[in-house]
Design a protein around this ligand. Structure first.
Ligand code: SAH
Length: 247
């Protein structure tokens, strides 16, 4: 049984009127936002794991350090945001793995050799890669065919305030004539081959990074002056399919 002394030191047992008064007077502090995933240190650890894979461009890694990936995920998945996973974003689609985003960004930076003025992303999804690209390029256009995801990306990106990023709703197999010509086109969806419009909308010397073929291979192309295209197969890939039409 509690002695009078202990009662004096621990008066606030649950259920006692006194405890209720104390709780009302001293509300719980708000839980940290992003389930604790908003820590720069968690993101920095992910970036160091990506650096260890080799071949990543330092500016691509810098961009992944800046963009809070957990903000693009359902709160129930936020704890997995800084693992190298593709995760569901609804409508049968996924957010790309950080290593894939870093690889695609590194390829375009290495091949261009300078900061890209204008980039087109095919397949906005939740908007994560679009935000990464917006940290690297002068201007980014990102097109999505599923309206609900286009709107999700708009909501996810609002807080980041990226004035150089334009989200478009449409079928990206036609590219996006509105911003052409582009220094780079990056596709987050896999097709049998690169649609003609993507190459047409590249400036001479511009690069295309896309998963192509069956089985899929991440492929890097350069449009040479004169219109010829140079192509390099980089590595095996597993992206969602490129589809036609707008939903
Ligand atoms: N960029 C995203 C990846 C999204 S998954 C990220 O940051 O993680 C690829 C996206 O491509 C899907 O949202 C899918 O709906 C979209 N997509 C597929 N075919 C498309 C097309 N023809 N035009 C535009 N978007 C397309």
């Amino acid at each position: 049984m509690a002695t009078p002394e202990r009662r004096a030191r621990f008066p606030a047992r649950l259920g006692e009127p006194q405890a209720a008064v104390r709780r009302a007077a001293a509300p719980l502090p708000a839980p940290p936002s992003g389930a604790g995933m908003d820590s720069q240190a968690v993101r920095a650890a992910m970036v160091e794991r990506l650096r260890a894979l080799g071949g990543m461009h330092p500016q691509a890694l810098e961009a992944l350090l800046r963009v809070p990936r957990h903000l693009f995920l359902d709160p129930g998945l936020a704890a997995q945001a800084y693992l190298d996973n593709a995760l569901p974003i609804g409508h049968g689609q996924t957010i790309s793995k950080p290593s894939v985003v870093a690889r695609c960004a590194s390829l375009l930076l290495d091949m261009l050799g300078t900061k890209p003025a204008k980039v087109l992303e095919i397949g906005t999804g939740c908007g994560y890669q679009a935000a990464v690209l917006a940290c690297l390029a002068g201007e980014v256009y990102s097109i999505e065919r599923i309206r609900a995801l286009h709107e999700l990306a708009r909501r996810n990106l609002r807080a980041l305030r990226l004035p150089n990023l334009r989200l478009l709703l449409g079928d990206g197999t036609d590219g996006a004539a509105v911003g052409a010509p582009y220094d780079a086109v990056v596709s987050a969806a896999a097709g049998a081959c690169a649609p003609e419009a993507w190459l047409q909308q590249l400036r001479p010397g511009g690069v295309l990074v896309a998963p192509l073929g069956q089985p899929q291979r991440l492929t890097a192309m350069r449009k040479l002056p004169g219109g010829r295209v140079e192509s390099r197969s980089v590595e095996d890939a597993r992206f969602v399919p490129l589809k036609s039409g707008v939903l």
